[in-house]
Ligand binder design. Sequence first.
Ligand code: SF4
Ligand code: MG
Length: 323
Amino acid sequence: EGLKKHFPTSKALIPGGGRTVKAVDGVSFTVVTGETLAIVGESGCGKSTLARLILRLTDLTDGTVKFHGQDIAKLSERQMRPLRARMQMIFQDPFASLNPRMSVAEILTEPMIVHKLGDRRERRERMNELLGLVGLSPRHADRYPHEFSGGQRQRIGIARALAAGPELVIGDEPVSALDVSVQAQVINLLEDLKRRLGLTLVIISHDLAVVRHMSDRVGVMYLGKMVELAPTAELFASPRHPYTRALMSAVPLPDPSARSNRQILEGDVPSPLNPPSGCRFHTRCPYVRERCRTEEPLLDSGVACHFWREIEALPGPDRTAKP
Ligand code: SF4
Ligand code: MG
C-alpha cells in the first residue's frame, strides 16, 4: 500500500544530479494467493524496484508491505529472516546471479543452511529433489555454473529460489536474458512448478507475450506509477488506459481487426527526476486535456485515467481522435 522508493542522486555522478529519482511513487496492489500477477512496463518504469520493495531487498521510502496481514516493512532484519524462506526472487541474469566459485550442490544447499533446514543428509536429498524439479540430473551437482548453458543456469537459479520452500516467488525478467529458443522451456517450467508446488508468482517483464501467456492479472507501470491493473484476458481484449493501449498496439497482434486501433507513442519517456505534473502520461497521451496536466488520476476501478470511460466509448477507428 502506498509504496514509494525515492533515490537521492549524486551531483558528482549524474548531470543535474543532487535531486531525487522517484523510482516507485505511490503504488498499491494485492497479490492473491495462488495467482500469477505480472507487472509490465518499459525499462525505467520502476517495476524491478517494486519487486525489490515487496521482498524488502531494498528499504521503502514510504508505504507498507503486508504478508499474510503482517507488516514486514516494520520488521528488523532478524525478525524478517524466517519470512525470507517464504518469499524468494529469481533474477534476470543467470550469469551474474550465481556465484562462479560455488558448485551447484553448494548453491542449492546454502539457502537450507541459512534457514536451518534439515541435517546434511536431508539437505543432500532435498538438493537432488530440487535438481529433479527443474529438470537437471543429480550428476550436475558437483559442477560449476560456467559449465552450464544459459537455460540450465536459470534452472539452477530457480532451484535455488525454491530450496527453502517459498510460497511467493518473484521473477524479475526471468527469461529475458535467455535465447528465444529456451525462453519457452523456462516459462513452461515455471508454470509447471507453480502448479506442482502451489506457488504464488509475481512476474516482472517488459515482454507482453510472456505476460499474456503466464499471468492471471497484469499491473501496468509507467514512470513509477501503476496505471492499470486488470485480469489478463480483459487487459489484452480491451485495454483501458491510453498508455496500455499504446503498449499493446506496438506489438504485432494475430487478429488483424485489432490493428485498426494501432497507436504509436510519440516522444520519449520523461525522466523520473522530473516527472510531469498531474497525470504522468500527459506529455505523450493522445487524449490529453487541461485537467490531466494538474490533477493526478487515481487507480480507480483498475485504471488511472480521468477520461477512460469517454475514450472507451469512442468508436474503434476513431479512438485515435481526441475526445
Ligand atoms: Fe491521458 Fe489524461 Fe488519461 Fe492521463 S488522465 S492518460 S493524460 S487522458
Ligand atoms: Mg528491470
